[in-house]
Write a protein that binds this ligand. Structure first.
Ligand code: BES
Ligand code: ZN
Length: 428
């Protein structure tokens, strides 16, 4: 009975999504046929997007505005085509690993637990916002201030030039790990001069053959308390018809490069009290694949992740130089406060709150597992770089390396201030 019902839903929606995909973007629908190898997959996505596209919502949570649906490749293409035409995100998180790929056996209740955990995180976060906490202030340290002066814009530029020169970093490419292996080599070469205890790993995944890269700087006093700094290393070209390049200079060679530069500075400093982990995730553009597996593994191993910062797109100063968008949905209000305090003390940028919808980047994977996350962004959503996901996402006259540098500095403060403090999310 359940099976028949779901088959019927999937079959019906196929018709509407095919029509939509055809009317919105013919090439997007074609390109998914070339590259995507799935028939249908369970996902979480923005509820309004699913409704607007007539994609059957199997389960939903109105408080977080997240829906659970089974997506066919054409529905996915329709979702992306629509968001592109509206200049917004079409985030989704692939739940295949958690729920299985046998979509016929999935029911609305499969995702209910996931949706209610999202609701619980939102409630805890809302509680923080109304509770009378003493305002967070970050005290200036001379050591951190001088470390911030070591963050070099030229290095960030060189890193972005290097990463955006790979023809593609797509996780679905026939050889999806060429740049990953090069990245590991570079990091090892850089870290060999460090006197800190560290580990460099490639992390294999179930849902993609692309690997994620992790560098751990092991904490001196409280090694089990972890500060995560991450960004996705993969890129995508949505109009890929076989040969088009996916340079992904802004999305996300920029955030990836800020993290390399932050690591370079931090590795020469005294060992932090807490462990600091740097991640360069696989397959974000295909549904947060790498980060979703990592965050769920961390949760199942009961790891104590104190804070997660995601850097995804830092190169295009669309709202003005040093204007930073702070995504307030599916992130932690405590970390928003911490970020603003850090900004007042060290960065002196202008922080503007905004939202990007469910699953716009890897922070959503951590948030869903209940870990506090922060997502600072190059601009407000409406001023974002519209060349992403095309062969035009290259270094150009509009690339602002000084702007990108602020994000690397923020990462340094996370690694040197938060990783040496006792601060943590209240109400956990
Ligand atoms: N870097 C983008 C996300 C982004 C764009 C965040 C604009 C904030 C503003 C990211 O790599 C991306 O394209 N995400 C997709 C979702 C993904 C799961 C396919 C998106 O948001 O459409
Ligand atoms: Zn991105």
């Amino acid at each position: 009975m359940k099976t028949t019902l779901l088959t019927a839903i999937v079959a019906t929606s196929l018709v509407s999504a095919t029509a939509l995909a055809a009317s919105h973007s013919h090439s997007a629908a074609e390109s998914t046929q070339t590259l995507e190898k799935f028939d249908a997959k369970p996902v979480l996505a923005d509820l309004q997007d699913l409704i607007a596209l007539n994609i059957p919502v199997l389960s939903k949570d109105a408080t977080t505005n997240v829906g659970y649906a089974v997506l066919t490749p054409k529905m996915q293409a329709a979702l992306q085509a629509r968001s592109h035409s509206l200049g917004k995100c079409a985030g989704f998180e692939d739940l295949t690993k958690e729920l299985g790929s046998d979509v016929k056996s999935l029911t609305s209740s499969s995702a209910n637990q996931i949706l209610s955990s999202l609701q619980a995180h939102k409630k805890a976060n809302d509680l923080y916002k109304v509770a009378p906490f003493a305002p967070l202030a970050v005290e200036k340290s001379a050591q951190i201030d001088s470390a911030l002066n070591e963050v070099k814009t030229e290095n960030i530029q060189a890193n972005i030039e290097w990463l955006s020169a790979f023809p593609t970093r797509d996780n679905r490419a026939s050889e999806p790990n060429i740049h990953v292996v090069e990245m590991e080599k570079r990091l090892k070469e850089m870290l060999k001069d460090s006197s800190l205890p560290y580990e460099v790993d490639l992390i294999a995944h179930d849902q993609t053959s692309q690997k994620s890269v992790r560098v751990r700087l092991i904490g001196k006093d409280r090694p089990n308390e972890i500060i995560v700094l991450g960004g996705h290393l993969d890129s995508i070209n949505h109009s890929w018809g076989g040969g088009d390049k996916a340079p992904g200079a802004d999305d996300n060679a920029s955030g990836s490069s800020d993290l390399i530069e932050a690591l370079r500075v931090v590795m020469s400093k005294p060992q932090p009290a807490r462990t600091v982990e740097f991640f360069w995730y696989a397959g974000e553009e295909s549904g947060l694949l790498g980060s979703a597996e990592i965050a769920s593994t961390y949760k199942s191993e009961n790891k104590n992740v104190i804070a997660v910062m995601q850097l995804d797109m830092t190169l295009f100063a669309g709202s003005g130089e040093f204007v930073i968008g702070n995504m307030t949905d599916f992130t932690s209000a405590w970390l928003h406060d911490y970020f603003k305090a850090v900004n007042t003390t060290y960065l002196h940028a202008q922080v503007v709150d905004d939202k990007c919808g469910y699953g716009c980047s890897d922070h959503a994977s951590w948030h869903r597992q209940g870990y506090p996350a922060l997502m600072p962004f190059e601009a407000t959503m409406k001023n974002m770089n519209h060349n992403i996901h095309t062969s035009r996402d290259v270094i150009s006259a509009t690339s602002n390396f000084r702007h990108s540098t602020v994000f690397a500095k923020l990462a340094v403060v996370f690694a040197m201030d938060l990783a040496n403090s006792e601060l943590h999310q209240p109400y956990m």
